[in-house]
Design a protein around this ligand. Sequence first.
Ligand code: NAD
Length: 489
Amino acid sequence: PTMAHSKALLVLENFIGGKFVPCSSYIDSYNPSTGDVYCRVPDSGKEEVEAAVKAAKDAFPIWSSKSPLERSQILNKLADLIEHDLEEFAQAESKDQGKTITFARTVDIPRAVHNFRFFASSILHHVTECSEMPAMGCVHYTSRAPVGVAGLISPWNLPLYLLTWKIAPAIACGNTVVAKPSEMTSVTAWMMCKLLEKAGVPPGVVNVVFGTGARAGEALVCHPDVPLISFTGSTRTAQRITESSAPHCKRLSLELGGKNPAIIFDDADLSQCVPTTVRSSFANQGEICLCTSRIFVQRGIYSEFLKRFVAEAKKWKTGNPSDPTIDVGALISKEHLEKVRTYVKKAQAEGARVLCGEGVDPLALPPGNQKGYFMLPTVIAEVKDESCCMQEEIFGPVTCVVAFDTEEEVIRRANGVKYGLAATVWSGNVGRVHRVAHRLQSGLVWTNCWLVRDLNLPFGGMKASGIGREGAKDSYEFFTEVKTITIKH
Ligand code: NAD
C-alpha cells in the first residue's frame, strides 16, 4: 500500500484485562474482494499472550464464583448488544472475509448472537449425577467446576460465528479465556471486545490476542497456565497443536476439516435435493467445513441430476460481496484461490470433465473487484475416487459428481476418505435412510436436508475431522472439570 492508503487503514489492538493495548508489530490484512490491504492486525507473540493469560488468571477467582444466573444475564446482554449492531458487524465480516453481505447478515452474525443466548440459557439447565449405595451407607454425587483459563483458536471461514461458539460456553461455565482469531479475519472479534464492558463482562474474563498461528497461537498452546484448548481449523494445524500441547497434557477439543459426501438415491425428491445440494456445495464460497464436495448419484438418475445441478449452479451469481443480489463472494486470499484453482487443473489433467465454472465460463467482475479473489461455482464430473480432488479438502466453490450403483458400494466409497465430518443422504425410503446413516463414518448425517442444527446436540467429526464434540452438554463437559464425591452417613 502507498502512504496515502496507509493513513486510512483500520488498526486493531489486542484486548487484555479489559483494555485495548497496541502491539509493537503488525500484519497486513486484505480485503479479499478488492485485493487491497485495508487493516493492520497485531502480530502478537509470547509477551502479549503472557499478559493475556495473566489477566485471565487474575479474573478467574471472581468470575468462576459468580452464579450461573449472573453469568447468564451478562451473556444475554452481550447478545443484545451484538444484535443491536448486527448490520455493522455484518458489513465488517463481509469486507474482512470476502463472504456475501447476505450470508453475513443471515448466518454469521445472527448465529454469533444466538451462541451467546443459547449458552446463557443452557448453562441454567445442567444437573449433575447422583448414585446411592445403601448397603455401604454411601451416596455419591458429581460436581462440576470451571477449569481455568481456556485457550480458544478459530479459523477464517466463519470468524465471529465460530469464535463465539467457543467463548460463550467457556465463560458461561465460569472459565476465563484468551482467544486468538485467525490473523486473516480479526475485525469482528475486535468489534465485539468494544461491547464487553457495557455487557458487564468483568476485565480479564475475555481477552483477545491477535496474530499468526505460528507466533500467537503457538504461545497460547504452549502456555503452562492454559489447561484447555478449543481449536477449530485444519487437520494439519491440529496435529501441530497436539504435539505442542503434549508436554502439558492439555485437554483438547479439535474441530477439523471435512470431505463431505452427499449420497443421492434414485428415489430422492430432486426438486428439494438439487437446490439444497448446490447450496451445500457453494454456500460461503464452499468455505464451510460442512460443505459437500463429493456427490454420489445413483446411476438411473445420474444424467438427469447432473443436468439440473449444473443449471442450478449456473444461477449463482459471483461478484461484489456487498451487493445483496450476489450469491458467491470472494475467497479468503490470493494463495487460497490459487490452491483451489490448482485442484481444478489437476482434475482436468486426470481426465475429469469440468461442467461449469473455473476455466469454462466467463467471470465478469465490476471494475472495483478486478483484483479480488473470485472464482465461479465449479462442477466436476467423472473424477476417480483416488484423485486428490475426491480425497483432500479443497475448501472452495468446487464439487465433484460421480455415479454409483448399489447402497453397499456407495457406503464403502463415501467412507473411503480420511475425514468424517458431515454427510447428507437423499432418499424417500425411510428404512434406507436409517440404514445408510448408521453406517456412514461421519459425526453428522443430514437426510433430505443440510445444515439444520440443534445446538443442544453434539457437533464434531470422526477420523481426521476431529476429537471431541461441542454442543450444550458436550461443551459443558469440555469446559468443566468433574469430581466424584462420596459421602458416608
Ligand atoms: P488453520 O488450521 O490454518 O488455522 C486455524 C487457526 O489456527 C488460525 O487462528 C491460525 O492462526 C491458528 N494456527 C495455525 N497454526 C497454529 C499453531 N501452530 N498453533 C496454534 N494455532 C495455530 O485453518 P484455517 O485455514 O484458518 O481454516 C480452515 C480449516 O478449518 C478447514 O480445514 C476447515 O475444514 C476447518 N474448519 C473446521 C470446522 C469444524 O467445525 N470442524 C469449522 C470451520 C472450519
